[in-house]
Design a protein around this ligand. Structure first.
Ligand SMILES: Cc1cc2nc3c(=O)[nH]c(=O)nc-3n(C[C@H](O)[C@H](O)[C@H](O)COP(=O)(O)OP(=O)(O)OC[C@H]3O[C@@H](n4cnc5c(N)ncnc54)[C@H](O)[C@@H]3O)c2cc1C
Length: 254
């Protein structure tokens, strides 16, 4: 335990006995969602997420996430052998209009603003004063001869089997793989667009919704089988009734 850390014996005791306190919480307790000037006017979603966390109670780390990147990656089959790993091309910052890098730089500027406020400054935190212009920002993100890259993925991979009705859609709106009977995809890959935040909770929702779709479709198949059985049963009764009527008419005539 570093000296002065808030993760001290009292914090351990609190967690051990009550399951409360700093150790019962996530290391990234603060999330800030920002809508930058790069987001279209008619789009109310945030496009930057800033996460501020404390790994040990004495320091802070912060990340700026790009929430709706325009760059698109690709997953390509390496061969016809299903056991071969596919080729995954991330293509980060590849959008021709540089929307992604500009938005992310705006996010980092906002982080700088937060760390430049008096309460943060008075607590001993400082902004990245060396990142004063766009070239320095880009070098900071991509890295160059004198610095390493400071950008990474948020591990929120989505959309490789997107749901939809267009020619690029892998699954239909009921998550059935188009062109294959009896196969569904129910995970993060079906998102047509990435959500504006962490993906785990949306994946739980997709799982719940997909399970319900399977149940509903099975029930409706069962119902339609039952109703066709019911129809043929009714039809048999009509035929038997008709035969009985016909035979009794014949008997009466004789
Ligand atoms: C390092 C990391 C940190 C993350 N942190 C967060 C976070 O803090 N908050 C958040 O909201 N999201 C976070 N995410 C994202 C989140 O975990 C994913 O969006 C989510 O788990 C995706 O769910 P999924 O069901 O699509 O895929 P997965 O959770 O990856 O599930 C796929 C499953 O398929 C199994 N599998 C793979 N191949 C085969 C095979 N051939 N046969 C059988 N099984 C197979 C895998 O073992 C795995 O269990 C993080 C992701 C990573 C990688």
């Amino acid at each position: 335990m570093p000296p002065g850390s808030i993760i001290n014996q009292a914090a351990w005791d609190l967690f051990n006995y009550n399951r409360t306190g700093i150790l019962a919480s996530s290391s990234s307790r603060t999330n800030v969602f920002i809508r930058t000037k790069f987001q279209p006017v008619n789009d109310s979603r945030p496009d930057i997420q800033v996460i501020i966390g404390t790994p040990n109670g004495t320091s802070l780390w912060t990340l700026a996430y790009l929430l709706q990147p325009n760059s698109r990656g690709r997953v390509i089959l390496a061969s016809r052998d299903p056991t071969d790993a596919p080729i995954v091309q991330m293509n980060y910052f590849s959008d021709p209009a540089s929307h992604d890098v500009n938005t992310l730089m705006e996010g980092i500027r906002r982080v700088n603003q937060i760390f430049s406020t008096a309460p943060m400054h008075n607590s001993g935190f400082h902004s990245f004063s060396n990142l004063s212009d766009d070239i320095e920002f880009k070098n900071y993100l991509y890295g160059n001869k004198s610095s390493t890259a400071n950008s990474n993925s948020g591990d929120h991979f989505t959309g490789t089997c997107k749901m939809g009705i267009d020619s690029m859609a892998v699954v239909d709106p009921r998550l059935r793989v188009r062109g294959i009977v009896g196969l569904r995809v129910i995970d993060a890959s079906i998102m047509p667009f990435i959500t504006s935040g962490n993906t785990q909770a949306p994946v739980y929702m997709i799982g719940e919704k997909g399970a319900q779709m399977i149940l509903d479709d099975n029930n409706s198949t069962g119902t339609s089988a039952a109703s066709s059985l019911h129809r043929s049963y009714n039809f048999s009764i009509v035929i038997i009734f008709y035969l009985v009527f016909y035979i009794s008419t014949l008997i009466k005539q004789h």
